[in-house]
Design a protein around this ligand. Structure first.
Ligand code: ADP
Ligand code: ZN
Length: 740
């Protein structure tokens, strides 16, 4: 009897075994199959051929969708690793690797409908008095007569001509449709300007040494991890480009992972400049159609380089030579929904499976990666200086406690920062202003009765946003929103007060203080619309904006040569958070943002406003002294037994009431206690989660902490087989980055 193990798109479900009936050929690993599950039929993916069948009758595979495997076997193996390591369902992991639409269709090429004029149509256009045509139909004929090869329906739609109009013309024999297989090209929209051919550039001595070291590792075609620790503006991208070229000549491919493509548009454009159409991009900002096309080009082997975000770690490449994880410390590599994987860590496993070189690039490496580089587990290449010997930005600290004492408690922009902005505006230089908190105000409360606006679904105060119709208060977790009334809901007093402030208020202050300046804002609210982010960034790059205000989104990877000043409004936003990584995050953010200044010919300066000027994260970020920060932070983590000295697992249990959630969590912890007999890990909790209520559910959490991840995972697996019902009410996060 022929049997297959199939991953199905059902949350938390393990692999299912099916029989391949006589009429069907045996599907390959990575091929999609239609299988029955309960009363439904779903599309699953074959991941294995089991030796033994589970007891009981096996159901039959209904149909084999792919003859050639859709997913390369290497990617199937990787997904199984992800499912096992992160305690996720194999189906969830496989789904992350599938191209969009794979659940529905078996075809792998998209077609575009192109409309052309028929001879009759061409004849009709030339007659002024063609009968029975509406104005729109006539317009459509005229537009089409301007194009010899016809126009895709999508383009006609952009010109205001609907498919319906064209359809009616076709019905009268004036227009003909043909289907054209196309690859939609997302680069058409990307900024292609300013791409310099890289051959014209001479590497600096430091760049050359780092490149030679990495190239030798790539040439060996063995698995190796290397940390490329290079200060901001030291020219890491140039090294990635040449590495990609090197492995391409050896017939192998490059995967370049970046935290967020829209934020580093220059990277994709640079690679496109160097490798032409043999570059594909993969990220969630693309439309399904674009992603689909790019995915299949990769699968066909038509490309040498993939540039993508964390999900690109599953790109269907089969000849990987180098994987680069740029800004490897960035938290957006962690997926905060199932499967909760870390893109960098999965990349390392993929590199091992495919005997590729893994390059982790950063100016502020994560504690984990730097520790491995020091211990010799990772190779280490260093760039200590900026290209062309440009100095790092000088950093000036402004003690906001003194500022408040002298100027009153409502200061948003200190005198030092204000005069620095003024100075740059006079000189026609550009300014970045960072505040890592969006919205206008962080809370509203009534001064008479003290009533505060909390989210009805979450234990969190509502953030106030400016809106055309007035003030709106919104929950940043569940999106609950309400208009802010003029008077208190409880006592009707007209004394509602805003407390705290975010990017919207900073923008407003700047507009008042510098009415002539052209100011833009980048945060999750201002870039909700597709294309808004790229447009703001390219306007700033083109010099159409003088000042850009934003959250950490503006701190990432940009290269704006005309920026000579970076202002940080509250450097300590993160330090108040009960998170052992707060110091590391603050150090990274400040170093990165200061790194945005002075990347052109003129020197840069950063002005940092803080309540804790003596905090080591802030002090050392000002000096851009990574090594000292690492030592200091590691001592703290050792003392407290936090990662990277131990491993951590976070488990959140949800319930309809607090008692229910607590009860379940206690049962689970009781079940785990005997499993920690080996003493290699401990269980901390259960206790209320920092966000006690989220989207209407009550939340209780506990931690597993220990030296051996495998022991903790095995204990959790044992618990889950014994208590399968709790799975749906529980979120398990291995190596968590965000604990809320
Ligand atoms: P990083 O990623 O290390 O912060 P980038 O790769 O963005 O730095 O490089 C910073 C700037 O220096 C870019 O504008 C880049 O084009 C330029 N650059 C890189 N290498 C060289 C070089 N060898 N000579 C001149 N300019 C360079
Ligand atoms: Zn909410």
């Amino acid at each position: 009897m022929r049997k297959v193990s199939v991953a199905v798109p059902v949350p938390f479900l393990d692999l299912l075994t099916y029989r391949v009936p006589d009429g069907l050929s045996t599907p390959s690993v990575g091929a999609r199959v239609r299988v029955p599950i309960g009363t439904r039929v779903v599309t699953g993916c074959v991941v294995d051929y089991p030796a033994e069948a589970p007891p009981g009758d096996l159901k039959d595979v209904i149909d084999v969708v792919d003859v050639e495997p859709l997913l390369p076997p290497g990617v199937v193996t990787l997904c199984r690793w992800v499912a096992d390591y992160y305690l996720a369902g194999v189906g969830d992991a496989i789904a992350a690797a599938m191209p969009p639409g794979a659940k529905r269709k078996a075809t792998s090429f998209k077609t575009t409908r192109v409309a052309t004029l028929t001879a009759l149509g061409a004849d009709t256009v030339s007659r002024v008095d063609a009968e029975g045509l509406t104005a729109k139909q006539r317009e459509a004929l005229e537009v089409l007569s301007g194009s010899a090869t016809g126009l895709p329906l999508s383009e006609l739609r952009d010109r205001g001509i609907s498919a319906d109009v064209v359809g009616r013309l076709a019905a009268r024999g004036l227009v003909l449709f043909r289907a054209e297989a196309t690859d939609r090209d997302p680069f058409e929209r990307a900024a292609m300007a300013d791409v310099q051919p890289s051959e014209s550039r001479v590497l600096t001595a430091e760049q050359l040494a780092a490149f030679d070291q990495l190239a030798a590792l790539a040439d060996a075609q063995e698995f190796r991890v290397a940390l490329l620790h290079g200060v901001t503006g030291s020219g890491k991208t140039e090294i990635y480009l040449r590495l990609a070229d090197r492995v391409r000549k050896a017939g192998r491919q490059t995967l370049l992972m970046v935290p967020e493509i829209a934020l580093t548009p220059s990277v994709a454009a640079l690679f496109r400049g160097a490798f032409g159409s043999r570059v594909a991009i993969q990220h969630s900002g693309l439309s399904d159609g674009e992603r689909h096309d790019q995915w299949h080009r990769i699968r066909r082997g038509d490309i040498d380089v993939v540039v993508g975000t964390r999900s690109a770690v599953f790109a269907p490449l089969t000849r990987l030579g180098v994987i680069v994880v740029d800004e490897e410390h960035d938290t957006s590599y962690k997926q905060e929904e199932a499967p909760r994987y870390h893109g960098r860590d999965v990349a390392i496993v993929r590199g091992r499976e495919e005997k590729a070189l893994l390059v982790l690039g950063s100016a502020t490496p994560s504690m984990e990666s730097y520790q491995h580089a020091l211990s010799g587990k990772y190779a280490k290449a260093t760039l200590e200086r900026r290209v062309l010997d440009r100095p790092l930005a000088s950093v000036r600290l402004v003690n906001m406690r003194e500022e408040y004492a002298e100027q009153g408690p409502d200061v948003v922009i200190s005198r030092a920062l204000e005069s620095a902005v003024d100075d740059r505006l006079q000189k026609h230089e550009q300014v970045l202003i960072l505040l890592n908190r969006r919205g206008y105000a962080t809370a509203v409360f009534c001064r008479q009765c003290g009533d505060a606006f909390e989210c009805p679904n979450c234990t969190i105060s509502l953030t106030v946003h400016t809106a055309r119709q007035g003030w709106r208060a919104r929950c940043h977790y569940c999106n609950y929103a309400m208009m802010v009334p003029k008077t208190c809901r409880k006592c009707a007093a007209p004394y509602l007060e805003h407390v705290g402030f975010g990017t919207e208020k900073v923008e407003q202050h700047l507009r008042e203080q510098f009415p002539a300046a052209r100011i833009g804002r980048i945060d999750r609210d201002s870039v909700r619309r597709k294309g808004a982010l790229t447009s703001l960034l390219s306007r700033f790059a083109a010099g159409e904006l003088d000042v850009l205000v934003g959250t950490q989104m503006i701190a990432k990877g940009h290269d704006f040569p005309r920026v000579t000043l970076v202002g940080v409004i509250s450097a300590d936003v993160g330090l108040g958070v009960a998170d052992f990584r707060a110091g590391e995050r603050t150090f990274q953010l400040l170093t990165q943002v200061a790194g945005r200044a002075g990347r052109g010919e003129r020197v840069g300066e950063a002005v940092v406003q803080t309540l804790y000027p003596e905090h080591y994260s802030i002090q050392l970020a000002c000096r851009q002294d990574y090594a000292a920060f690492f030592e200091r932070e590691l001592a703290y983590r050792r003392g407290m037994r936090y990662p990277p000295t131990v491993a951590l697992v976070n488990v959140v249990v949800r319930g309809r009431s607090f008692e229910e959630a607590m009860g379940t969590a206690s049962d689970v912890v009781q079940r785990l206690k005997p499993l920690m007999a080996s003493g290699s890990f401990i269980v901390l909790g259960p206790a209320p989660a920092p966000l006690m209520r989220l989207r209407g559910e009550h939340r209780v959490q506990f931690f597993l902490k220990g030296a051996k991840r495998a022991d903790m995972r095995n204990a959790l697996k044992t618990m889950l087989t014994e208590m399968p019902d709790v799975r749906r009410r529980m979120t398990i996060d291995i190596d968590p980055l965000n604990v809320l």
